[in-house]
Design a protein around this ligand. Structure first.
Ligand code: URP
Ligand code: ZN
Ligand code: ZN
Length: 485
């Protein structure tokens, strides 16, 4: 079997930085140390050798708001590799009343084009006995251990509290973890109707309809419901201090809650919606919307402090033509933005280069923490012998100006257009295969494999043990007063 050695670089992991070569054979890391040799050499002089990025939140070719997100598993995973991301976790989304297994089959079909490895979360978009039963098959046979619940998108994907509680309890039984899109969908629907009635129909009204309180309230509600059900909880796209505060408070109280800021919320702010160009503002419509600088500071602080653990993209890209479905009515603008190609360079530029986070924290929040939280460590997210050789050789001196003209994504713009990044991949390797050399992508459709993720034995056991210990118990009394006369 032919081997490769990445030579002359500095290994950077979530907790260590040291000079070493990395040898790869059969798609795995087989040796890490000084003076290694192999059949092929990749020069990492001046570079950092890191676990490849994992994006835990993408929507590729997703049916949503009357259309499909424009990037599929071909363009989406090419974009990932171009930016140093070597794995994506996408959401299988059953339509109302659709079987979970049927939805999964649809996502299996779409993902056969993937250039890098991938896994799925399953969304709970409705509730019933069939869903309850199929969840077991999804976890025990299909290797999916995370279930997403939308608390917003009323009349479409939104689930009610009783459904969420039932589903969370089912997750507890199965050793799975629920995830939430935390926004109060009832309030959003009401505010949207009010704004439209007042003639506020532009893209900026999307942001007005989703103030930070709707996210803070829903985050706190989901945390409390998860605590009552005895499950850990993963909160997607945490965008504001109110939501971060709820997560921080829960973690300080010993609850197993994880928060996921997006690169968009960390680096772009609400002033984008005041742009006089309708297309500019509409292209940035996503939920939750971009916030102000104070909220951005809170998210950055959370990453450094460990109260937020992960940086994702929620990559859900729509073309300008698709965004124009909402001309005259902001509620019809498909929600979502891209970011797969830019997450790692943007986070390095605005996080590591500014001193907001360290290189090791960069690896933690883009890869290792995600692999651990999603229960696929150390196959993924690890610089260890035996781990998959999903690696990025990162050149901290390499720069480029982000432009839609040169991106892999299929859409006609980029929300980071014009931003100059410093820190880019020299090589990206997916299970040992070199998929990017100095900005040039070497695609191989179908190379990507599905990564099975087992239930969470440790966290589930801890939470169910505690639940059992603290369960309400009937008090057995001896001196019961006689009833009646
Ligand atoms: N975030 C967003 O606006 N679109 C993607 C779907 C979701 O995650 O809510
Ligand atoms: Zn969402
Ligand atoms: Zn999403």
């Amino acid at each position: 079997m032919a081997s490769k050695v990445i030579k002359g670089g500095t290994v950077v992991t979530a907790d260590l930085t040291y000079k070493a070569d990395v040898k790869i054979e059969g798609g795995k890391i087989v040796e890490i140390g000084p003076n290694l040799s192999g059949d092929e050499t990749l020069d990492a002089t001046g570079c950092y050798i890191m676990p490849g990025g994992i994006d835990p939140h993408t929507h590729l070719e997703m049916p949503f708001m009357g259309t499909y997100s424009a990037d599929n598993f071909d363009s989406g995973t090419r974009a990932a590799l171009a930016g140093g991301t070597t794995m994506v976790v996408d959401f299988a989304l059953p339509s109302p009343d659709q079987s979970l297994l049927e939805a999964l089959q649809m996502w299996d079909n779409k993902s056969s084009m993937a250039h890098c490895d991938y896994s799925f979360h399953m969304a709970i978009t409705w509730w019933g006995e069939k869903v309850f039963n199929e969840m077991e098959t999804i976890v025990r046979e299909k290797g999916i251990n995370t279930f997403k619940h939308f608390m917003a998108y009323k009349g479409a994907l939104m689930v009610q509290d009783d459904e969420m509680y039932a589903s969370f309890k089912r997750c507890a039984e199965l050793g799975a973890m629920p995830m939430v899109h935390a926004e109060n969908g009832d309030v959003v629907a009401d505010l949207s109707a009010q704004l439209l009635a007042e003639g506020n129909n532009g893209p900026e009204a999307h942001a007005y309809s989703r103030p930070t309180q709707v996210e803070g309230e829903a985050t706190n509600r989901a945390i409390m419901i998860a605590d009552m059900a005895g499950v850990p909880l993963y909160v997607v796209h945490t965008s504001c201090e109110e939501a971060h505060e709820a997560i921080r408070r829960a973690r300080q109280a010993g609850k197993r809650v994880f928060g996921e800021p997006l690169i968009q919320h960390l680096t772009l702010d609400e002033s984008e919606y005041s742009n006089p160009d309708w297309d500019h503002a509409a292209r940035r419509v996503m939920s939750p919307p971009f916030r102000n600088k104070a909220h951005q500071d809170s998210l950055w602080a959370g990453l450094a402090a460990g109260s937020l653990q992960v940086v994702a993209t929620d990559h859900c890209a729509f073309t300008t033509d698709q965004k124009r479905f909402g001309l005259g009515d902001f509620t019809k603008i498909p929600n979502g933005t891209g970011g797969l190609e830019d997450r790692m360079p943007m986070l390095w530029t605005y996080g590591v280069n500014t001193g907001r986070i360290t290189m090791n924290e960069f690896v933690a929040v883009t890869s290792t923490n995600i692999a651990k939280i999603m229960n696929m460590y150390p196959k993924k997210g690890a610089m260890l012998v035996g781990a998959d050789a999903d690696l990025v050789v990162w050149d901290p001196e390499k720069t480029k100006t982000i432009s839609a003209a040169s991106q892999q994504s299929a859409i006609d713009y980029n929300v980071f257009e014009g931003k100059t990044v410093k820190g880019l991949p020299r090589f990206t390797l997916t299970r040992g295969r070199v998929a990017l050399v100095d900005g040039e992508i070497k695609p191989q459709q179908g190379h990507g494999e599905f990564v099975k993720r087992e239930p969470y034995p440790a966290v589930s056991k801890a939470l169910s043990t505690w639940k059992e210990l603290t369960a309400p118990r009937k008090v057995e009394r001896t001196g019961i007063p006689a009833t009646g006369v």
